[in-house]
Design a binder for this molecule. Structure first.
Ligand code: FCB
Length: 478
């Protein structure tokens, strides 16, 4: 790398950086690639792929009950069978291996381990994850384990109202400690909770996810606090029970604030917005207090909490996982008390095959940049990124999902921009390995690199699987 840049090189870099290209890589005169040990993987979650909902002593989850309630799932499907991964996991591990992936993010179904949510464990439930871990390791894949990806044991919902009660946060920590004690000889990385805000907002505010509640603001804020507390208690339990070297962090869908134009003033505004709009989750986890703006806005509906709760929520973490699909806000500097304004999304803003899935690749640059700049986070994983697509099969039976490839190529280019600037993103988990049960969208919204025929359980790699394999092989955007 040259020590000094010529005036001409400098001008070129400035121009390319305005276009969002990788400055550091260009400064090195190299074509941009990812760091040498960058970890490539795919992601799934238990309820979305496993099926076998009544097997080997598994208890029911709130999603079993929700998906079997009339009017909840767009295509009236459920995940009783889903991808039948519970039986086909060996084959699925081979599919990951064929991509060249070196890591896999999956979740543990709490009701397989504790069918009643707490109390007597079910050893057969744990055995499945023992088999899966062994299979992954035998095939050179590092397991990244999520402990809560939304399938709360139904028993806890019935017994004390699930996350409306603090007791669920405690039960979650007990379960987390139990699992980590038994799996951390083979898995080093554990995520506590997947997407706190979606659990709260869609599950307990809008009623669109399980448990389907529409709580008033004060109760909703209390749920919010219990979920954050559950994260913190689980971090502590994992530290207490994990083998040496066990690492833990959340997998958050941070509210992603992108400067509308990359001026210094807009960047500062986007940073202010990031701290403000993530107040109940990442901000409190990383700063140890609820921001005044959050509490004032909530007014008499603010959550009830103690200083000790805040200490627990902000327990030290080893990394932050980020699920990145879209920018949440384009931000401009403003002369107001908050110091920022949010630009409205025009109706013509481009999106993928889901109306919420706006295409804004720069989100995957700004999210980790804010984390490292604002809070000094030194280890970041992209725990989810990907898109649904219509995925019609062509006459030859193949799925030429060039729209998914377009999406991925653009996001990965922006991610490369981040790593080449030294932002500490250590790995990337593409959502998803294969088509699966997409919550209230049912089986109809397909996010996989691998097509799943839900009738026959046949698996067929799409063109995007070949694209991703090429990215992994080159360790650069293909
Ligand atoms: C995320 C979820 C994941 C998947 C994707 C599309 O919010 O964590 O399970 O459904 O969206």
């Amino acid at each position: 790398m040259p020590d000094r840049l010529s005036r001409r090189q400098f001008a070129r870099i400035t121009a390319s950086s305005a276009l969002g290209l990788s400055t550091a890589a260009r400064a090195r005169g190299q074509s941009a690639g990812f760091p040498r040990h960058f970890l490539w993987g795919t992601a799934t979650s238990a309820y979305q792929i496993e099926g076998a909902v009544k097997e080997d002593g598994r208890g029911r989850s709130i999603w079993d009950s929700f998906a079997h309630t009339d009017g909840t799932i767009a295509d009236r499907s459920n995940a009783d069978i889903a991808c039948d991964h519970y039986h086909l996991y060996r084959q699925d591990v081979q599919l990951m291996k064929a991509l060249g992936a070196k890591a896999y993010r999956f979740s543990i179904a709490w009701p397989r381990i504790f069918p009643e949510g707490s109390g007597t464990p079910n050893p057969k439930g744990l055995d499945f994850y023992n088999r899966l871990l062994d299979e992954l390791l035998a095939n050179g894949l590092s397991p990244f384990v999520t402990l809560y990806h939304w399938d709360l044991p139904l028993a806890l919902q019935l017994r004390f109202g699930g996350w409306t009660s603090r007791d669920t946060a405690t039960a979650f920590a007990d379960y987390a400690g139990y699992v980590v004690q038994r799996l951390s000889d083979r898995a080093q990385h554990f995520f506590t909770i997947n997407e706190c805000s979606r659990i709260v907002h869609l599950g307990h505010g809008l009623g669109l996810d399980a448990p389907g509640l529409k709580l008033p603001d004060a109760e909703l804020n209390q749920v919010r606090h219990h979920v954050a507390l559950g994260h913190g208690l689980a971090v502590q339990a994992i530290r207490a029970h994990g083998k040496r070297g066990t690492k833990v962090g959340p997998a958050e869908n941070m509210v992603i604030c992108v400067p509308a134009i990359e001026t210094a003033a807009n960047v500062r505004a986007a940073e202010a917005a990031t701290r403000d709009l993530n107040a109940p989750y990442l901000t409190v986890m990383l700063e140890g207090h609820y921001r005044d703006t959050f509490l004032v806005r909530a007014g008499h509906n603010a959550p009830k909490f103690t200083d000790e709760d805040l200490r627990i929520i902000s327990s030290r973490i080893d990394f932050v996982g980020l699920n990145v699909y879209k920018p949440d806000h384009y931000v401009v500097a403003a002369d107001n008390a908050r110091g920022f304004a949010l630009a409205p999304f025009p109706a013509s803003f481009p999106h993928m095959d889901a109306s919420w899935l706006n295409v804004g690749p720069e989100a995957i640059y700004w999210a980790p940049r804010h984390l490292s700049k604002l809070w000094g986070v030194t280890s970041i994983y992209i725990t989810e990124n990907g898109t649904s697509a219509t995925d019609e099969a062509a006459a030859d039976g193949q799925v030429y999902d060039v729209d998914r490839i377009m999406y991925l190529r653009n996001y990965l280019t922006e991610l490369q921009r981040a790593t080449s600037e030294g932002i500490p993103v250590l790995g990337y988990f593409l959502w998803s390995l294969m088509d699966n049960f997409e919550w209230s969208d049912g089986l109809a919204k397909r996010f996989g690199l691998i097509r799943v025929d839900f009738e026959t359980q046949g698996r067929t790699p799409k063109l995007s699987a070949a694209f991703y394999r090429e990215v992994i092989r080159r360790n650069a955007v293909a």
